[in-house]
Write a protein that binds this ligand. Structure first.
Ligand SMILES: Cc1cc2nc3c(=O)[nH]c(=O)nc-3n(C[C@H](O)[C@H](O)[C@H](O)COP(=O)(O)OP(=O)(O)OC[C@H]3O[C@@H](n4cnc5c(N)ncnc54)[C@H](O)[C@@H]3O)c2cc1C
Ligand SMILES: *[C@@H]1O[C@H](CO)[C@@H](O)[C@H](O)[C@H]1NC(C)=O
Ligand SMILES: *[C@@H]1O[C@H](CO)[C@@H](O)[C@H](O)[C@H]1NC(C)=O
Ligand SMILES: *[C@@H]1O[C@H](CO)[C@@H](O)[C@H](O)[C@H]1NC(C)=O
Ligand SMILES: *[C@@H]1O[C@H](CO)[C@@H](O)[C@H](O)[C@H]1NC(C)=O
Ligand SMILES: *[C@@H]1O[C@H](CO)[C@@H](O)[C@H](O)[C@H]1NC(C)=O
Ligand SMILES: *[C@@H]1O[C@H](CO)[C@@H](O)[C@H](O)[C@H]1NC(C)=O
Length: 524
C-alpha cells in the first residue's frame, strides 16, 4: 500500500512549493507493485510521466512505469512531419513550417520550468520542440519512454473491481507484443483525426475540372507550405486560429483568398482576405455561399474545420463507443460524440462501470491556453488517485457530481455535450486549482494557502489579448526584441517582460488612437 500522506507531501512539497509542508514525515515503507502505462509523449504524457517519477522512490520502487510513443521522438504535435502522405493517410502532426505560437511562451510553461533565456515571446515551433526535449532530459524521463511504439489495442480484462489492461503494442517493423498494466493513462492528443465537412455538390465540382489547375479539397492537417497555392483561388473554411493563420499565409502566394466563417473570427486576418459566410453547396463551376453570393474560380478548398475527438486504440476493443452528436451512454462504456468524451470524472477518470474508477485516466482533454499547467494539475490529481483509489468517492457519487456540473453549464447557457472539454469563461484556473484543493482536503493536510496557479499566471490572462502580440511584432520590426529579452530568466522576469511589452504597446496605441477588437484567444 502506498503511504498517501508521504505521497501528498512529496507531490505538494517538491512540485509546488519546493519545501516540506507542515505535518510531513518520511516513511520508507515499500509499496506493492503496480504498473502504469502512458500513451503519448506530447506535453500531456510528459507531464504525467514526470509527476509519477516525483513520487518518493520508496513509494514507486516496485512500480513498472512505461510510456509508449508511436513517433520517432517526443513532443507530440510540435515534432514536425515535413512531408505528410497524401490523403486519406493521416500526417503525424498538423504542424506546418511557418507556425509560430499564438500564445506567449511564458504562459505555455510547465510550472517552475521557464523557457531558456533569449526565447522570443512568440517563437517558431522549433523552440517548443526543444522545450519538451529539455524537460525530458532535466527530469530524467528518457529511460521510461519507448519511442516508435504504437498502442494499437487496449482492452480491460477483469471485473468492475479488479483486472488489468491488455495492450497490443506495435513497433516500426510491424512486430506486435502484448503487455498488461493495472492503470492506463491516455495522453494521445486531440488533433489527430480531422473533422471533415462535406458540402452538397462537391464531388461534381471536383470532377468538373476544366483544364487549368487540379481542383482540390484538403483538410488543414495536410497544409504545410503557402507556396503550394501559388496563383490559386483558395477558400479557407473556418475562422479559428488555424483558419485565420493559414489564410494570412496563403494570401502572399495565392491569386485570391476567401475565408468562409460561421461567425466573425476573433483575430482578423491581415491583408486582402475576403470574408464569406458558410458554403451552402457547390455547383459544377464554383461555390455558393449562404448569403447567395458565388465564387466561380475556386481551385482549392482548405478545411480548417478542427478535429474529431477519437481514441482509436480504445474504440478497437469496444471500450469507447463512437456516437456522433449523441449524449447517451449505457454506463458500461465510454462514449465520444466527437467533441466530448463521457462520462469522465473531472475530464480525467473514466466512470465506466466495467473497471475501477482509477483504472483509466485521460490527460490533456481540457482546452486551455495554459495547457502545460493544466496537464500538470491533472497529472498530480491522476497520480495521487492511481496511488490510492480510495481518494475517489464511489462511482455513483462521482456520476451525480458530473450530472450537477453539466446541469450548471446548461444553466449558464452552455451545452456540455457541444462545448465538450472546453473551459468556458476563463475557468481553466478554477479547474486546475480545484483539482489540487480537492486532494489537499481529502488528505487532511493542513490547509495550504499557497495557490497552485502562480499569481503571475493568473494576471497573464490580460496579455492574451492582441496587444502583447502586436507589441512583440513591433519590437521585432524595430530590432529591439533581443534587447528586451536581456536578463529575462526566472518566471517572474518573464511575467514582468509580458507586462512591460503589453503596457508599452498599449501606450503607443493610445497615443496613436489605434483601436483593435480585443481578440482574446480562448483556444488550445
Ligand atoms: C496547429 C496547432 C497549433 C497550436 N498552437 C498552440 C499554441 O500556440 N499555444 C498552445 O498553448 N497550444 C497550441 N496548440 C495546442 C497543442 O495541441 C497543445 O499545446 C499540446 O501540445 C497538446 O499536447 P498533447 O500531449 O495533449 O497532445 P499531442 O501533442 O498531440 O501528443 C500526443 C502524442 O501521443 C502520441 N500517440 C497518439 N496515439 C498513440 C498511440 N496509439 N500509441 C502511441 N502514441 C500515440 C502521438 O504520436 C503524440 O506524440 C496548437 C495545436 C495545433 C494543432
Ligand atoms: C487512501 O485514501 C483514503 C481516503 O482519503 C484514506 O483514508 C487512506 O488512509 C488512504 N490510504 C493510504 C494507504 O494512504
Ligand atoms: C525510430 O524510428 C526512426 C525511423 O524509422 C529511426 O530513425 C530511429 O532510430 C528509431 N528510434 C528508436 C529509438 O528506435
Ligand atoms: C502565376 O501566374 C503568373 C501570371 O499568370 C505567371 O507568370 C506565373 O508563372 C505563375 N506562377 C506559378 C507558380 O504558376
Ligand atoms: C440528451 O438529449 C436528449 C434530447 O435532447 C434530452 O432529452 C436528454 O435529457 C439528454 N440527456 C442528457 C444526459 O443530457
Ligand atoms: C477572461 O479574462 C479576461 C482578462 O481578465 C477578461 O478580459 C475576459 O472578459 C474574461 N472572459 C470571460 C468570458 O469572462
Ligand atoms: C463568468 O465568471 C464570472 C466570474 O467568475 C462570473 O461572475 C460569471 O457569472 C460567469 N459567467 C457565466 C456565464 O458563467
Amino acid at each position: 500500500m502506498v503511504d498517501f500522506r508521504q505521497l501528498a507531501c512529496s507531490l505538494l512539497g517538491s512540485l509546488l512549493f519546493r519545501l516540506s509542508p507542515p505535518g510531513c514525515y518520511y516513511d520508507f515503507r515499500r509499496d506493492v507493485s503496480k504498473s502504469v502505462v502512458i500513451v503519448g509523449a506530447g506535453s500531456a504524457g510528459l507531464a504525467m510521466l514526470k509527476t509519477l517519477l516525483d513520487l518518493p522512490v520508496e513509494t514507486r520502487a516496485e512500480w513498472n512505469i512505461v510510456l509508449y510513443e508511436q513517433r520517432r521522438d517526443i513532443g507530440g504535435i510540435w515534432l514536425p512531419d515535413p512531408s505528410p502522405p497524401p490523403p486519406p493517410k493521416l500526417p503525424e502532426t498538423p504542424l506546418y513550417p511557418l507556425l509560430h505560437t499564438d500564445t506567449p511562451v511564458p504562459i505555455m510553461t510547465y510550472p517552475h520550468f521557464p523557457f531558456p533565456p533569449g526565447t522570443p515571446l512568440f517563437p517558431t515551433h522549433g523552440y517548443i520542440e526543444r522545450y519538451h526535449q529539455d524537460y525530458a532530459t532535466h527530469y530524467g524521463l528518457w529511460p521510461y519512454i519507448k519511442l516508435n511504439h504504437s498502442v494499437v489495442l487496449s482492452s480491460w480484462v477483469g471485473t468492475p473491481h479488479a483486472g488489468h489492461w491488455e495492450l497490443v503494442v506495435e513497433d516500426r517493423n510491424g512486430d506486435r507484443i502484448q503487455k498488461s498494466f493495472d492503470h492506463l493513462v491516455v495522453a494521445a492528443g486531440r488533433y489527430h483525426e480531422p473533422h471533415m465537412v462535406i458540402f452538397p455538390g462537391q464531388d461534381t465540382w471536383l470532377e468538373n475540372n476544366r483544364g487549368g489547375l487540379q481542383r482540390e479539397i484538403l483538410h488543414s492537417m495536410w497544409y504545410r507550405n503557402p507556396s503550394w497555392y501559388a496563383n490559386r483561388t483558395v477558400v479557407v473554411v473556418g475562422g479559428g486560429p488555424s483558419g485565420v493563420g493559414i489564410a494570412s499565409q496563403v494570401l502572399q502566394f495565392a491569386h485570391r483568398v476567401y475565408l468562409s466563417v460561421r461567425s466573425p473570427p476573433r483575430e482578423v486576418p491581415l491583408g486582402h482576405v475576403e470574408l464569406k459566410p458558410e458554403i451552402l453547396h457547390f455547383t459544377s463551376d464554383g461555390a455558393v455561399f449562404t448569403d447567395g453570393s458565388t465564387v466561380q474560380d475556386v481551385d482549392t478548398v482548405l478545411l480548417a474545420t478542427g478535429y474529431d475527438l477519437r481514441v482509436p486504440f480504445l474504440e478497437e476493443g469496444g471500450e469507447v463507443i463512437v456516437k456522433p452528436g449523441s449524449n447517451e451512454t449505457d454506463g458500461h462504456k465510454l462514449a465520444t460524440n466527437l467533441r466530448y468524451l463521457f462520462p469522465l470524472h473531472q475530464h480525467i477518470f473514466s466512470l465506466s462501470a466495467s473497471y475501477p474508477t482509477n483504472a483509466l485516466a485521460f490527460i490533456g482533454l481540457p482546452r486551455s491556453p495554459y495547457i502545460r499547467s493544466s496537464n500538470t494539475a491533472q497529472s498530480i490529481y491522476a497520480t495521487s488517485i492511481i496511488a490510492n483509489g480510495s481518494l475517489l468517492a464511489p462511482r455513483a457519487e462521482l456520476l451525480s457530481e458530473l450530472a450537477d456540473s453539466e446541469e450548471d453549464l446548461w444553466r449558464r447557457g452552455y451545452d456540455p455535450y457541444y462545448i465538450g472539454h472546453k473551459m468556458v469563461n476563463n475557468s481553466t484556473f478554477d479547474y486546475q486549482e480545484g483539482l489540487i484543493k480537492t486532494l489537499r482536503s481529502k488528505e487532511g493536510l493542513p490547509e495550504q494557502n499557497i495557490p497552485f496557479i502562480e499569481p503571475w499566471r493568473r494576471e497573464s490572462l490580460d496579455y492574451l489579448s492582441g496587444s502583447l502580440k502586436r507589441g512583440w511584432k513591433r519590437l521585432e520590426v524595430l530590432g529591439l526584441a533581443e534587447e528586451w529579452l536581456e536578463g529575462v530568466e526566472s518566471e517572474d522576469e518573464w511575467a514582468d517582460l509580458m507586462r512591460r511589452v503589453n503596457a508599452w504597446q498599449r501606450d503607443w496605441e493610445a497615443v496613436h488612437h489605434l483601436v483593435f477588437p480585443d481578440d482574446i484567444l480562448v483556444y488550445s
